[in-house]
Design a protein around this ligand. Structure first.
Ligand code: 13P
Length: 248
């Protein structure tokens, strides 16, 4: 049975002081044990949050990592560095990284392998642009991404994967996919995973929806049968909003 998984993606927001303040506020109101929760924060805040979340069951995620073990890669962070400070998850292939930082399916694939090799659960982001949806290509785009991103990843690793379906046109725009659109694509993603692997793996994989999820629409989206959780951007920055989503 898959437990709902709600993760916050803070993107490039908050200083360490602000992260500590969020943690104090969130811990005071967080009491769920039937929902998996994590915050994916900028690198500088990870150690601060690790300490602040100790004993709460709240998971910790990064938003990117390099695919090499180590090396002359100025400005990059390795999986071992993240693991050392207790990071559980890493967002990989977010559309903002694909769009602004030249992330490709090839680098996403290498990063997924590196995350698994280091015991970090990847949150793999896939999703189509508005142009692609208007052309009726959303299914093909996501299918191509999944086949390329999961190339040569073994079933025993893939079953631990979290996939976030994030239509680019719904990110930070206030335009949410309808619950039906999100549910259709999450179901299609599970079918594609079944095609790549088998039914067992597709049943184990957690599939989130991301894109303008907020307290007002979280219940409708998260109660859809194919949607296992949410990757929340803007609305994860305020403890009062994020808890409403967690308590959907
Ligand atoms: P918003 O919730 O701000 O639209 O961001 C979604 C997202 O990109 C999460 O990764």
């Amino acid at each position: 049975m898959r437990m709902p998984f709600i993760a916050g993606n803070w993107k490039m927001f908050k200083t360490c002081k602000e992260a500590e303040k969020f943690a104090e506020e969130f811990k005071a109101i967080y009491e769920k044990d039937d929902v998996r929760v994590a915050i994916c924060a900028p690198f500088t805040q990870l150690a601060v949050l690790k300490k602040a979340f100790e004993g709460t069951g709240i998971g910790l995620g990064a938003q990117n990592m390099h695919f090499a073990d180590e090396g002359a890669y100025t400005g990059e962070i390795s999986a071992a560095m993240l693991k050392e400070i207790g990071v559980d998850y890493c967002i990989i292939g977010h559309s903002e990284r694909r769009q602004y930082f030249a992330e490709t399916d090839e680098t996403v694939n290498l990063k997924l392998k590196q995350a698994f090799a280091n015991g970090i659960v990847p949150i793999l982001c896939v999703g189509e642009s508005l142009e692609q949806r208007e052309a009726g290509k959303e299914y093909d785009v996501v299918r191509d991404q999944l086949f390329a991103d999961l190339k040569d990843i073994k079933a025993e690793e893939a079953r631990k994967l979290v996939i976030a379906y994030e239509p680019i046109w719904a990110i930070g725009t206030g335009k949410t996919a309808t619950a039906e659109q999100a549910d259709d694509m999450c179901g299609a993603i599970r079918d594609i995973v079944e095609e790549i692997y088998d039914t067992d793996v597709s049943c184990d994989v957690t599939i989130q929806y991301g894109g303008s999820v907020k307290p007002a629409n979280a219940g409708e989206i998260l109660n859809m049968p194919e949607i296992d959780g949410a990757l929340v951007g803007g609305a994860s920055l305020k403890a009062a909003d994020f808890i409403e989503i967690v308590n959907f």
